[in-house]
Design a protein around this ligand. Structure first.
Ligand code: HEC
Ligand code: HEC
Ligand code: HEC
Ligand code: HEC
Ligand code: HEC
Length: 186
């Protein structure tokens, strides 16, 4: 590749970045309708899956329904502007329009249940220290790329194979399909 071509690519790349930045796609990240603090709630010892209930049931972890928030926040006086906002959603019976922060490309399939329930991987090992957040994260604290997914799947596969051999089972019976392309790409 010639030098001119490299320069052209860099210049165009920077142009696109600057444009994306000014359009708010890169820099600011996501902003949420209510300044929800994870820390305050995790200090109360609420479990992650108590609010993200679908993580143990299906592919998507989900966000808590407004009615769950209102179970604690409906009564009493409050000076907090954030709680007032919460109550106005709750009183109208509306869900809070939370925005997605973690998102894989649409060609990748990621199911929560096998990771959380079957493999018992804790949420933070993929999401980072959510319990420390005093406001919603604008960008993911931690991300996973394809190599991270595959590395963990490989170590799992080896462990399963080793167990199968010691149990005198046919090692091939234990061969998992975790790292076939179409396990994750559908
Ligand atoms: C188990 C009870 C409980 C549940 C469920 C709960 N909260 Fe809270 N929340 C608290 C307590 C306790 C505090 C700290 C004291 C306070 O500010 O009322 C708090 C604080 C907050 C604050 C900070 C208020 C401020 O301005 O300092 C916000 C915002 C908030 N909660 C939103 C929510 C939302 C949104 C939900 C639902 C996703 C929710 N809470 C669910 C108990 C709860
Ligand atoms: C009291 C309810 C509550 C508890 C408990 C709670 N969360 Fe959340 N979580 C929320 C709400 C509300 C949002 C949306 C606002 C935000 O991003 O802070 C959220 C957002 C998230 C997101 C971002 C989702 C996205 O759209 O990309 C992740 C990841 C997450 N929580 C992980 C966790 C983990 C891990 C724990 C336990 C350490 C946990 N949460 C405990 C209520 C809760
Ligand atoms: C093995 C890694 C891994 C573990 C463990 C994990 N997550 Fe996730 N989580 C992800 C990935 C990857 C995404 C993005 C998925 C996508 O875009 O399809 C995600 C997305 C989310 C989202 C936003 C989208 C949605 O599904 O609603 C929430 C909320 C969330 N996770 C909460 C949790 C909670 C709570 C736990 C623990 C009970 C947990 N996650 C455990 C990797 C993980
Ligand atoms: C820390 C380890 C770990 C990480 C990181 C991880 N996985 Fe997994 N994954 C597992 C284990 C263990 C299983 C098998 C669970 C079982 O035995 O059913 C699994 C199963 C799966 C399955 C198969 C579900 C089924 O039963 O059909 C898919 C799809 C998958 N993972 C996608 C992903 C993707 C995509 C990523 C990265 C974004 C990822 N995983 C990251 C450990 C991990
Ligand atoms: C364990 C899950 C997993 C498996 C298995 C897997 N991928 Fe991926 N793949 C991902 C994730 C997650 C991404 C998105 C993040 C990234 O680009 O690293 C991705 C991204 C990609 C991309 C897009 C890269 C880009 O720059 O946009 C291609 C192409 C791809 N994978 C091909 C493959 C092929 C071919 C295989 C089989 C040899 C495969 N993948 C197996 C999880 C997986």
């Amino acid at each position: 590749m010639g030098v001119k071509r490299v320069v052209l690519i860099v210049v165009v790349g920077l142009g696109i970045l600057t444009w994306a930045y000014s359009a708010g796609w890169v820099s600011g990240g996501v902003s949420q309708p209510i300044a929800f603090p994870h820390k305050t709630h995790l200090d109360l010892k609420l479990p992650c899956a108590g609010c993200h209930q679908r993580a143990e049931k299906g592919a998507v972890a989900g966000r808590p329904p407004t009615s769950l928030c209102m179970a604690c926040h409906a009564g009493g006086d409050t000076k907090s502007a954030e709680i007032k906002k919460l109550r106005s959603y709750g009183e109208k019976g509306r869900e809070i329009p939370w925005q997605r922060v973690w998102r894989l490309p649409s060609h990748v399939f990621f199911p929560h249940r096998p990771h959380v329930v079957v493999a018992k991987i804790n949420c933070q090992s993929c999401h980072g220290p959510m319990e420390t957040l005093t406001k919603p994260p604008a960008t993911p604290l931690k991300t996973l790329d394809m190599n991270d997914c595959i590395a963990c799947h490989e170590s799992r596969e080896k462990a399963v194979m080793a167990k199968a051999t010691t149990a005198q089972a046919h090692p091939k019976a234990a061969r998992s399909l975790l790292n076939d392309c179409n396990t994750c790409h559908r």
